[in-house]
Design a protein around this ligand. Structure first.
Ligand SMILES: [Zn+2]
Length: 258
């Protein structure tokens, strides 16, 4: 039977080749790939699909999940940890004055994080939540965020002695697309802290493409007292994205009794 079929000339049906080609495309598009981190129902984790362009030629389409995977990778490498859960949608506005904070952070994020954002002053009023929510929104826009908790990361940097190691570690923060410094100058402030902060912020001040998000329990006046150049750069780069919560026990969530 097979020999009989082999001896027969192949039928010259014009659409048969196209049909075979279409079958191969469908087979490829339905086959699973090996990409991880996100389960894509469109490309089945291959990152691409074969399509046909207007001229009838096969083309490789890149799947939109590549961006999603990149965002997930960026989130993992941001060091934000549990702060990745902080969103504007899960921030509870309990007082009118908090609306000002939310608006500043929201507007900043909605504009793609142009310039800097600073939330200063009173502890426990939601500064970290809102700065994190803004950072998360920028992550979702495809930007690379690096989280720096001043109390631990600055201490670690100051301990590094080998120049090469220090530079590499420092560059992770200094050159980050979006750097979020949480609790700047918390605790005892040494000359080394001031120098580190100045080197970091001055580098970022000189490159307007870099976005910086800051939270600190200190007011601008208190930062000014520590170092005028640092305070001046923060104020200038933040522009309208600048919020200070004045000390008031009623504004401290952690101190609230109800
Ligand atoms: Zn996909």
């Amino acid at each position: 039977m097979l020999r009989y079929m082999a001896s027969r000339p192949r039928p010259q049906v014009p659409w048969l080749d196209e049909y075979a080609e279409a079958c191969k495309i469908v087979e490829y598009n339905l086959s699973p790939g090996k990409l991880t981190g996100y389960d894509c129902p469109i490309c089945r984790n291959k990152g691409n699909l074969i399509g046909i362009d207007d001229a009838g030629k096969q083309v490789l389409w890149l799947c939109s999940c590549r961006e999603k995977r990149q965002i997930i990778r960026n989130a993992h490498s941001s060091n934000l940890g549990e702060l990745l859960q902080k969103r504007f949608s899960n921030f509870r506005i309990e007082e009118d004055w908090q609306k000002v904070m939310v608006k500043a952070a929201r507007d900043f994020a909605a504009e793609g994080g142009k310039g800097w954002l600073a939330m200063l002053g009173q502890t426990g009023c939601g500064k970290t939540h809102l700065c994190s929510a803004a950072a998360n929104q920028l992550l979702n826009m495809g930007r690379k965020v690096v989280y720096m908790l001043w109390t631990t990361d600055a201490r670690q940097l100051k301990r590094l002695s080998m120049e090469e190691v220090y530079d590499r570690m420092f560059d992770r923060f200094r050159k980050a697309d979006v750097l979020y410094i949480d609790d700047l100058f918390k605790g005892k402030i040494t000359d080394a802290d001031v120098q580190l902060c100045y080197d970091l912020l001055n580098f970022r001040y000189n490159d307007s493409r870099l976005t910086t998000i800051l939270s600190s329990e200190l007011s601008l006046e208190q930062i000014q007292a520590v170092d005028g150049a640092i305070a001046g750069r923060i104020r200038e780069r933040c522009g309208k994205n600048f919020v200070t919560v004045s000390p008031d026990p009623n504004k401290n969530w952690r101190l609230r009794q109800n």
